[in-house]
Design a protein around this ligand. Structure first.
Ligand code: ZN
Length: 62
């Protein structure tokens, strides 16, 4: 299991796979907009990606 689920759609959000909750609405992320990865996109692309307010609060800014 990848550590992160990245929503590459307009929301540009990073979820932590092990901590996701229903409010993350992972099932609503379309295949085209989803990347499962061990790379933290909030670190790789800090100007673009934001942590999810439900499962990655310490990186949630918007
Ligand atoms: Zn989340």
């Amino acid at each position: 299991m990848a550590k992160f689920i990245v929503n590459t759609g307009p929301e540009k959000e990073v979820h932590r796979t092990a901590y996701t909750v229903a409010a993350c609405k992972i099932s609503e992320i379309s295949k085209e907009n989803r990347i499962d990865t061990d790379e933290d996109y909030t670190v790789k692309y800090p100007a673009v990606y934001d942590g999810c307010g439900h499962c990655y609060k310490e990186k949630h800014r918007k």
